[in-house]
Every structure is written in C-alpha cells, then in structure tokens.
Design a protein around this ligand. Structure first.
Ligand SMILES: O=c1ccn([C@@H]2O[C@H](COP(=O)(O)O)[C@@H](O)[C@H]2O)c(=O)[nH]1
Length: 275
C-alpha cells in the first residue's frame, strides 16, 4: 500500500485511527468462551463493528504468542479476515523485531510472506543490517521504534550526544535506509510535545502514534504538532476501544468508543485543512 493510498483512506473515512487488537483472552467477554476460537470470535466482531471508522488494525503479537500455536492460528485467521473483507485497511504486526541480518530476513518472511501484514514494528538497536531485510518487500513498511510512550523511554531515548537525542539520531540515521514508502516511525502520544522536533527531521514519513486512550495521551496535541500534508499519522488506541464494554453488546460499545475518536479526528483533519 502506498502512502497516497493510506491518505485516500484517511480522507474517505475522515479518520486516522488504528484500532489495536490487543485481544487479551482473559479480558474478552466470558460468553465467547463457548465458541471454538474465542479470541477470533472477539476480533471478528470488533472488526465488523469498527471497519468503517478505522484505517488500520494493529494486532500486538504478545496477545497471540502467549497462547502458543492456537494463538498463531488466531492471528493468521484475523489477518486473513481483514484482508478478505476489508482489503483497503492497513494491517500492522506490532512485533518489535530486529536481529542479525539472516534472522531478520526470516522475520520479514514470516510477516510479509507467510502472513499478509502491511507493516511490522522493528526495534532499531541492532542497526542497519537488522532493519534492511524488512525493506526489500515492495509495498510493505518497517515501523521503527523512535520515541516510545512508556515511562522507561527516558532511560535511553533522551540521552544526548553532540546536541542530538538518541531518538533523533535513530530517525536521522535510519531515514536514509529507506523512503517514506517503506518506513514509518513509532512516536508515543504521551510524547506529543516532541512531535514538532520530529517533524523537522522526518517531515513526510507516516508516524504510528500509540498512547491515546488508556495511556492518557492527547489526540489534539498529537494532531496539532504532528500532522503533515498527507495527515502522516496513524493514531492507535487498543484497550480504550476494544474493551469499552464487556457484555453481550461489547462490539457496539467498541463502535461507540471508536466513533468518538473518529469524530474528533474528523474535526482535527478539518482544522488542518485536509478535508
Ligand atoms: O511506544 C509504544 C509502542 C507500542 N505500544 C503498543 O501500542 C498499544 C497501546 O495500547 P493501549 O491499550 O491503547 O494503551 C499496545 O499494543 C502497546 O504495546 C505502546 O503503547 N507504546
């Protein structure tokens, strides 16, 4: 998928929402336990209830890997379900991978060949040869961790050398490894005040921004500091949407929560003159 196609979806849906499918088996409604694959049944209902409000889905691998082989099957069924029913939606594997070259090669094959993801999150710590194998797939994206939303981000990511903070060095160095058509960056919504600095280094890249909803980041602050001429933002909310309700009407509750975010996004897109 090209960045232009993502932007077309954003305009069509008046939304730059990414719904995080962090479908914790211990948190899904109990009545789904009667089905053969409870997490898939949950995902399917969430997807059907939110597909017109979101431009991306982001299953976080931890919630699937923790269930062993059955979790991988659920993940694959979820990706295939989205691809078959809603082919315009961007699908992100939040896997935070990256290893020596030959190993990264096989991680890339796992997410882009064996499974039909559009993007995978990658940790930058091991450098260029750990990231490059993911960039050889046309139409697929690496989403490199730059400035994360968690408290521990300050342990390393703000460390300064020669007037450059580590997260800035990550973006400055890595942006030459690929292009805006195969790389994006993760920037936490809880770090929205840093987005203007980040836009000076990466004005055109799409940014995946987790941290609104349950982590308390401000959507308006993210949009006002980080939006570019193609919007350039995919703002993720997981728990705030998928666990908005826990009864039989959980999918309607998720839809209501997603609608609230989408409505705010529509206003912010208008404010940025993108609609
Ligand atoms: O810096 C980061 C990088 C990734 N995440 C992931 O995003 C979602 C956030 O979930 P919420 O329930 O909306 O808080 C989750 O999968 C994280 O692992 C992040 O939060 N921050």
């Amino acid at each position: 998928m090209t960045s232009r196609e993502i932007f077309e979806q954003i305009k069509k849906k008046q939304s730059f929402l990414c719904v995080g499918l962090d479908s914790d088996v211990n948190k899904i409604p109990r009545f789904l336990y009667d089905t053969t694959d409870p997490v898939f049944a949950f995902n399917k209902e969430i997807i059907d209830a939110t597909h017109d409000l979101t431009v991306a889905y982001k299953p976080n691998l931890a919630f699937y890997e923790s269930m062993g082989v059955s979790g991988w099957n659920t993940l694959e069924k979820t990706v295939n379900y989205i691809r078959y029913n809603y082919p315009d939606i961007f699908i992100i594997a939040d896997a935070k991978r990256g290893d020596i070259g030959n190993t990264s090669n096989l991680y890339a094959k796992a997410f882009f060949d064996a499974m039909d993801f559009d993007a995978v999150t990658v940790a930058p710590y091991m450098g260029e040869d750990s990231v490059k194998p993911f960039l050889t797939y046309v139409g697929k994206y690496v989403i490199l961790l730059a400035l994360t939303s968690n408290k521990g981000a300050s342990d390393f990511q703000y460390v300064k050398e020669n007037d450059e903070r580590l997260f800035e060095k990550v973006i400055n160095t890595s942006k030459d490894w690929g292009t805006e058509e195969n790389m994006m960056y993760v920037v936490g919504a809880t770090r929205a005040e840093m987005l203007q600095d980040i836009r000076k280094i990466a004005p055109k890249h799409f940014l995946l921004v987790p941290g609104v909803g349950a982590q308390g980041g401000s959507l308006a602050e993210v949009a006002r500091n980080g939006m570019n001429e193609q919007c350039g933002l995919l703002v993720n909310s997981s728990r705030g949407i998928i666990f908005a309700g826990d009864g039989e009407d959980f999918a309607q509750k998720a839809r209501a929560a997603a609608t609230e975010v989408q409505q705010e996004m529509a206003s912010l897109l208008k404010e940025g003159s993108l609609l």
